[in-house]
Design a protein around this ligand. Structure first.
Ligand SMILES: *Cc1c(COP(=O)(O)O)cnc(C)c1O
Length: 468
């Protein structure tokens, strides 16, 4: 399988090259040259364990890894999950809930980042190289990425989070990891600032090459790939249980990474009737799917911080397909959005894979409360946004699978606020309270961050930035 950039420049890359490169050098995102149709394999795949299924799906895309290596990476990655099914599906009221939070940091991002950490280690060992990961996080990516690579010899990780804008638990999950290869930066700005800084650093090709930058944000194709697996796994479990032919998925959306994996699964032939895109008040994407208008706004903080995003980086991948794989048209669109902050799409350009809605704070709270009171099931606020929007798109004989993207204990305050009770607990979260932490504060300025990274890599010593 070869991979090409959405912006159409440069030659195609192998899987290994693609995941090591992260963001394409022309500023675009990588996509496979073609998406394999697996319709004739669904029946045999439907009885497989999670790991076997992951192997079948991933080997189609990661065809330059030896089978034995891919198997080992998958087994190692999913062996650390606390549930033997890795991503189990439970029936709750009218829904099937796909629990994606049984990994080490209790958010769905572990599914992809455990895999990516092991994959990086394998490839770097093989080519004798090293990598410096630079990542922006709105809360959950950071800790999941850190847990994916902590303590590894050939990898350093620099994580930028918007200082004071991630939850206390999210911050502690990152800053309590004291391994020498882990650097946390609290940036005085928003998540979009952090994401822009990372983009700028990757855009500086000299810096990027000299310091061997690597990406773990959802722009990395390996993350999308790892997430494709659970769409298949969940659809099979629900088909088995209900006998339904098609299913719907409700996906709480921020950077459009998770739901884009569902879109790929659908393109591969998984019978997904609709992908239900759910946003919180930061609803640029739900407005786009309802009106064809793509207009950037200001980021508003909500109870679901990992979805407080305006410019969803993976959306470019979707627009590339929408353009008919026309990089020139895509570039024109991206330039218009960047310069004018708005773009009106012709409704005929919208395809029928998606429906979309918005679950605001009031609905989030009401949904958490309802599921707790009616079904004794606790939804984290992100999942609750998805469930609230799912309720608007229920269809007879088409089961709805709602993605549960975080364990409620990660957002205990929101749960308390919604239910009036202090009931969201998990031992991994309780243990964080007493741990020592480490982070640096930095201005939202790519030069400042670049200097910090350079200093840490070159001096490999204290004295860069200000410890907090
Ligand atoms: C990251 C995250 C999301 C949003 O996922 P995207 O891939 O960015 O759309 C939703 N919920 C939780 C808990 C997350 O951590």
């Amino acid at each position: 399988m070869r991979y090409v950039s959405t912006r159409g420049e440069g030659s195609s890359l192998s899987f290994k090259e693609t995941i090591l490169t992260g963001l394409a050098r022309d500023g675009g995102l990588f996509l496979p040259e073609e998406i394999p149709d697996v319709s004739d394999k669904l029946e045999s795949w439907s009885v497989m364990t999670y790991s076997d299924l992951a192997f079948e799906i991933m080997s189609l895309y990661a065809d330059d890894l030896p089978d034995s290596a891919l198997r080992a990476i998958i087994d190692k990655s999913y062996g650390v999950f606390r549930h033997e099914e890795v991503t189990p599906v439970v029936s709750v009221g009218p829904l099937h809930i796909l629990e994606l939070f049984h990994g080490p940091t209790l958010a769905f991002k572990d599914v992809a980042l455990q895999f990516l950490g092991n994959l990086f280690e394998y490839v770097l060992e093989e080519n004798g190289n090293e990598m410096n990961i630079v990542a922006a996080t709105s809360g959950d990516t950071g800790s999941a990425a850190i847990y994916g690579v902590r303590g590894r010899d050939r990898i350093r990780i620099f994580v930028l989070h918007p200082n004071g804008r991630v939850s206390d638990v999210q911050e502690r999950q990152m800053t309590s990891v004291l391994d020498d290869n882990v650097f946390n930066l609290g940036v005085t700005g928003t998540f979009d600032d952090c994401q822009n800084i990372v983009k700028e650093l990757f855009g500086d090709l000299d810096f990027r090459d000299k310091y061997k930058l690597g990406a773990v944000n959802s722009i990395n194709w390996a993350r999308v790939l790892a997430q494709v697996v659970y769409y298949f796994y969940a659809a099979f479990r629900v088909q088995e249980k209900t006998g339904a032919e098609k299913v719907r998925f409700a996906v709480p959306t921020g950077n459009f990474g998770d739901i884009f994996a569902g879109y790929i699964a659908r393109q591969m032939g998984l019978p997904i009737d609709k992908l239900v895109l759910a946003t919180n008040e930061n609803d640029i994407l739900s407005r786009y799917f309802n009106t064809g208008e793509y207009t950037l706004g200001e980021v508003a903080p909500t109870l679901s911080p990992s979805m407080d995003i305006q410019l969803a980086s993976n959306f470019e991948r979707y627009l590339y397909y929408l353009s008919g794989k026309d990089s020139a048209k895509l570039k024109e669109w991206m330039t218009t959005v960047k310069d004018k902050g708005t773009l009106k799409f012709d409704p005929v350009q919208c395809d029928d894979s998606f429906v979309a809605g918005r679950g605001d704070t009031e609905m989030t709270i009401a949904t958490i409360k309802e599921y707790w009171q009616e079904y004794a099931y606790l939804l984290d606020p992100h999942t609750a946004v998805g469930v609230a929007v799912a309720a608007q798109f229920m269809k007879e004989d088409v089961p709805m699978i709602a993605l549960a993207t975080a364990h409620p204990a990660k957002f205990g305050d929101a749960i308390k606020h919604a239910t009036g009770e202090d009931i969201a607990h998990h031992e991994l979260i309780e243990e964080l309270a007493g741990l020592p932490t480490r982070k640096e504060i930095a201005a939202a300025d790519s030069q400042v961050i670049a200097d910090f990274i350079r200093c840490k890599i070159e001096a490999n010593a204290a004295g860069c930035g200000h410890s907090a």
